[in-house]
Write a protein that binds this ligand. Sequence first.
Ligand SMILES: CC(C)(COP(=O)(O)OP(=O)(O)OC[C@H]1O[C@@H](n2cnc3c(N)ncnc32)[C@H](O)[C@@H]1OP(=O)(O)O)[C@@H](O)C(=O)NCCC(=O)NCCS
Length: 179
Amino acid sequence: MTITIRRANPKDAAAYARFMSHPEVYAGLMQLPFTDEDVWRSKLADGCGPGKTDLLLAAELNGEVVGSAGLHPVGLALRRRHALTLGISVAPQAQGQGLGTALMEAMCNYADNWIGALRIELTVYTDNERALALYRKFGFEIEGTFKGYAMRNGQYADSHSMARFHPNPPRIYSGAVMA
Ligand SMILES: CC(C)(COP(=O)(O)OP(=O)(O)OC[C@H]1O[C@@H](n2cnc3c(N)ncnc32)[C@H](O)[C@@H]1OP(=O)(O)O)[C@@H](O)C(=O)NCCC(=O)NCCS
């Protein structure tokens, strides 16, 4: 079994449309039914476009794209530049084999060690035990609960707000003496 994590690109659209069309996947996210390859080609092209600071990752299992993850700015507010928001999904047939863990490792490493983000935040439905276990494993903690947060298959579902802080925030080393 070989897991590869790499940057996503518009050529991944067909694979993304396949797993994002699965009710077990889109129900756990904020996605909707009836997605398709064109929708994902456009989203991926937009996310990879010039000036975009999003990190879009694809996960391959034995060469097949079966997972995705993204780290995104929380908005335009300059005072929230230290925060990012995270999303993740793995095709049902590929779940439970470590892809979610590999994607989270890659995103946390990128956030901590390459862009110095201090806070990563997300929302997760309160009954999504698998996702909650994955997030807790990476140090995310529940900060609050939204009641009736989003429509999900005919009902308003509750959602937790979770966040993880940089475990060892970097500082500028000022002890060096230049000759
Ligand atoms: C959440 C999700 C990304 C996890 O991906 P995954 O590839 O299954 O994750 P992993 O195989 O790395 O497992 C991660 C952890 O989940 C937990 N887990 C695995 N199977 C589980 C199960 N059946 N029930 C509860 N927790 C489980 C374990 O703690 C596991 O860590 P461990 O193996 O070190 O004990 C995936 O289930 C998914 O895409 N779900 C649909 C979309 C979604 O809900 N996304 C999250 C939105 S907030």
